[in-house]
Design a protein around this ligand. Sequence first.
Ligand SMILES: *Cc1c(COP(=O)(O)O)cnc(C)c1O
Length: 236
Amino acid sequence: MNKATHSIATAIQHIKDELRSQEHRYGREPGSVQLLAVSKRKPVSAIREAIDAGQRAFGENYVDEALEKINAIPDKDIHWHFIGAIQSRKCTDIARHFHWAHGVDRLKVATRLSSARPAELPPLNVCLQVNLDDEPGKAGVSIEQLPELAQQCASLPGICIRGLMAIPAPRTQLDEQRAVFARLSQALSDLQSQWPEMDTLSMGMSADMEAAVAQGATIVRIGTALFGTREPAPDK
Ligand SMILES: *Cc1c(COP(=O)(O)O)cnc(C)c1O
């Protein structure tokens, strides 16, 4: 086993151990938080190492980069989650090649994903992205506009609205992180009275995973803590 393999496998085991102990600490069902390995800007070799260590779900932010990796890793049991900002012109590629899309924040994108999803595939799993801090210029619908968007998207064929996703502004204190995630959790509970099948809270990254688990995350999206630091985003 070379050193790199050892370190990614070790990091995965370490994060899983942390998740299991945090589930226990906060009274969550064992195994109720899924680890999504965020492999953006990491090579196929790193993803392969994670797969060898038992990881099956990967998150990618850039469509073209992701398609190269999906082609290089055609394994049927690997699930690909698109977690980046969704441009209308990329909807067809996302609908054809991914299992999940986390960043849906407007009807136009939902409609395009819906009509581009191939009939032979199961519905694309979708999380509606919420801009929890009302940050200008940040993706996501406001909490106030969320019920209307959910209503508009819920009946679209080819996609299944599974729940909510958010990337809050960075905070360092655990209780502050928990307070903001609590708002996403509450928003999901409100929607569940009408749509009990919505079961997903995609929240928590390397720096705020514990707070997310404490507030009911079902998917945590972890990059840096698994694969190390990344190169800066390429200029577009
Ligand atoms: C990059 C990214 C992550 C992972 O962030 P880390 O801090 O590296 O764990 C999670 N979610 C989204 C949407 C991202 O873009």
